[in-house]
Structure formats: C-alpha cells, structure tokens
Ligand binder design. Structure first.
Ligand code: NIG
Ligand code: FE
Length: 411
C-alpha cells in the first residue's frame, strides 16, 4: 500500500459525472486545495473553472464518501467457533455466559501487541475502504483496562494516519465486565468507578477519545452505571453514544437523549418514549443490520415509527468478531433495505449524511458541498438503486478521500 500522503491530489475539474440525486444530467465537481469548490450541472459550470486540470469521470455515478459510523474494528483473534455454537442453537447471551462472547475477544486482544493489532485491523480496514468508506468510527472495548484500551485507541489513531481516512475514536471501556472483576461482590460497580475515574480521564488527556459509548444491556451494564459513565464524559466535554435496546428495552435511549447523545445504536427494542426522546434531542438512530442478521434476530427495529418521527437513521457495519463480522458497508445498505425495509434513498443517506451526523462530522463528511473536504466516490453503476440492489459486487471506480485520489488514480 502506498502511504496516504503519496496519493495524487484530486484538485481540478471532475466531469463526466452523474449525481445520485439527479442521474439524468452530467454533473461536475471542482476540487481546490483538497476541498469542494463547486458542484452542479456541467452546463452551469462557471467559465473560470473550465481550464483546471481535468479528471474524466467516464459517466460514473457519484455519491459522497461513505461513513461507517459504528465499528469495533480492532481486536485480537476471531470467533468463528461461536458462530458454530449459535448455529447449533445457543443464543448470544448463552454464549456470553459460557465464557465466550466479548470476554473471549478481550483475552485475545490483551495478548496481542500493538503492531499485531494494527496489521490485523489494517487488512480489515482496507476492505471497508474498497467500498468507498471515507470516515470510520472505531471503538475500544476489547481491552477493558487502561493499558489495553489505550493500545486499541492508539491503533485506531495510527490507522487514520496511515490510510488518510478520518477516524473517530470511541471509548467503550464499559463494554463488558473484565474477567478479573467477574464474581466479585461489587465487581460491576468497582469496574465502572475505574472506567469513570481513571481510564476515561487518562485516555481523554492523551487525546485518544472523541466520544464515549456504553453497552447498556442485561448482560452488560445497567441504566445507573450507564448514567455514571455519561456524567464522567460530560465532565470532560465529550459527546456520548449508546448501544441501546439491542436485546431488551432498558430505557437506555431516553437516558442517552437526556445527555444529548450523538446516536443510539442497534435499538431493535426501542420504545415509543425512546423515539420521542431521540427526536427531541436530535439523536441519530444507528441501524445495524449485520448484527441483526448474524444473530438471526426477528425483532425488527421500529423503522416506521422512527421515520414518522423524523429521527435520522444511519446504517453501519457494526464490524465486530462476535455479532457482525461484516466488511462491506454496501452489503449493509442492501440489508437495511431487504431486512429493515428502508428505501434506497434512506439507506444511502444512512451511510452518508446521517452517519456523519452520528459522529458529529456533519460539517466535513457525508455530503458534496462547497467548503467541505473532498470526499466522494465514483461508481460503475447506471442508477443509485444499484448500490443497494447488487450484493457481493464491488462497483467502486474511484474514491477521492480527504482531497486525494485514494483509489482509481491513473498510474
Ligand atoms: O455491537 N453489543 C455489543 N457489542 C457488539 C458485540 C461485541 C462482541 O460480541 O464482541 C455489538 O454487537
Ligand atoms: Fe457495536
């Protein structure tokens, strides 16, 4: 792989494009110093731009760069054995209680050194990037101690630098109870104290934390513990997000909304009160069809009610070794349509504009607009619906990421 700073500049005039929103007319994009200077119908291009360095889009459809707003990309090992256990009838909760689940990835992550984690996550990241991803969220949560959470978050930052991709880090120290706390009288309370009073402040001071997340669930942390973590995040000025109502309705979404959460994610069991709270706080609903599919879940998230309330819906891979070993965001677009009945424009907004909002990146990602960094994807398809329709196809023709041609440059 070429270092990101050697990708060629995308500056100049891009023609031969068709916008996903208006595929009929030829469109043009002007990139100047890595940012969008102008976008619109080719016929309306101001004369002054006509002589800029030309880039021929060859009739490709163009969309904003994709944003994968919920991943657990960095971990040691893999958990194909649990896949087999679930096929034989065990549930996710049963696997977790039997010592598998998140803590088995914690063991493997603790054993791996930083460079090993980097190399393994890098090969997964490359696959996501090949689908047009220009910004990605990466959570910690498989270290569950200061030293090992730091290791994960450092790898996340290094990946962003090496690939020239926007990485937002999320501290998920409250993902599961570390094995050394299991069976202790006040193990959960003691661990949450450690998360709030030591791990989070130290990692935030090192500049490793962009947001804070909690797994609020029967098999993870309670509503009260979740609020304790949110208070610690708030004291440090960090935004929060939540793994909410995935397996049961814990009331987590309403709590997160009270803390102005950027997003509530999973939300299969979200209640009407949760939806109303999210609407009021402008919290994004992040749909994770890969986890729903892998767990062979049958309890659909309340899509129609979210739509009726006008809550923005994002779509993400939730890439993780347990419930969603997915390496294609486009496949999630397909699944969001087939499994969750999103319309194609909803699903595409879900991996662009709304996903950017779920990360607080709405001013720099998820749209092709003057003044924003140039992040866009050229696709070898005739119409936008094809991005949801094909699955297993890789229709990327070129990717402009952070003002550089990351994929598809002429040698
Ligand atoms: O988003 N729900 C909790 N966390 C992950 C699963 C993590 C794991 O099983 O390793 C999720 O589905
Ligand atoms: Fe997750």
């Amino acid at each position: 792989m070429k270092p990101a700073n050697e990708f060629p500049s995308a500056d100049g005039l891009w023609t031969g494009l068709r916008l996903a929103t208006d595929a009929g007319a030829e469109a043009a994009i002007v990139v100047e110093q890595g940012a969008i200077r102008w976008v619109g119908a080719r016929s309306a291009l101001p004369a002054g731009f006509a002589s800029l360095a030309p880039h021929d889009g060859g009739g490709a459809l163009v969309t904003p760069g994709l944003v994968d707003c919920h991943t657990h990309l960095i971990y040691g090992g893999q958990r194909a054995n649990e896949f087999a256990m679930r096929l034989a009838g065990a549930t996710y909760e049963e696997v977790a209680k039997a010592g598998g689940g998140i803590v088995s990835s914690v063991r493997a992550t603790r054993e791996a050194d930083e460079d090993t984690l980097f190399a393994q996550a890098a090969s997964r990241l490359e696959q996501l990037l090949a689908d047009g991803v220009c910004a990605i969220e990466i959570k910690s949560g498989y270290g569950l101690s200061l030293e090992h959470e730091r290791k994960q978050l450092r790898v996340a930052r290094r990946l962003g630098e090496a690939y020239g991709v926007t990485v937002r880090t999320t501290f998920l120290g409250a993902h599961a109870l570390p094995p050394e706390y299991a069976g202790q009288v006040n193990g959960s309370g003691d661990y949450i104290d450690l998360v709030c009073n030591q791990m989070l402040p130290a990692l935030a001071a090192e500049g490793l934390v962009d947001a804070v997340d909690v797994f609020c669930e029967r098999i993870a942390f309670s509503l009260e513990e979740t609020e304790q973590v949110f208070k610690a995040a708030q004291a440090l000025g960090l935004p929060v997000k939540l793994h909410a109502e995935q397996l049961s309705d814990m009331g987590g979404a309403a709590l997160a909304a009270r803390y102005g959460a950027l997003s509530c994610d999973h939300i299969e069991h979200l209640s009407a009160e949760g939806i109303e709270a999210m609407r009021q706080s402008g919290t994004v609903a992040v749909l994770l069809p890969g986890a729903y599919y892998t767990l062979r879940d049958t309890h659909l998230p309340p899509i129609a009610a979210l739509r009726a309330a006008g809550v923005p819906m994002a779509v993400s891979t939730d890439h993780n070794p347990g419930t969603s070993p997915a390496l294609s965001l486009l496949l999630m677009v397909n699944m969001a349509c087939t499994l969750f009945r999103l319309t194609v424009p909803e699903a595409l907004d879900g991996v662009t504009v709304h996903a950017a909002r779920a990360l607080g990146l709405q001013d720099t990602h998820g749209a092709i607009a003057p003044g924003m960094p140039a992040n866009f994807v050229l696709w070898n398809v005739r119409e936008a619906a094809e991005l949801a329709y094909w699955f297993g196809q890789q229709p990327v023709r070129a990717v402009v990421r952070q003002g550089r041609i990351a994929i598809g440059a002429k040698e």
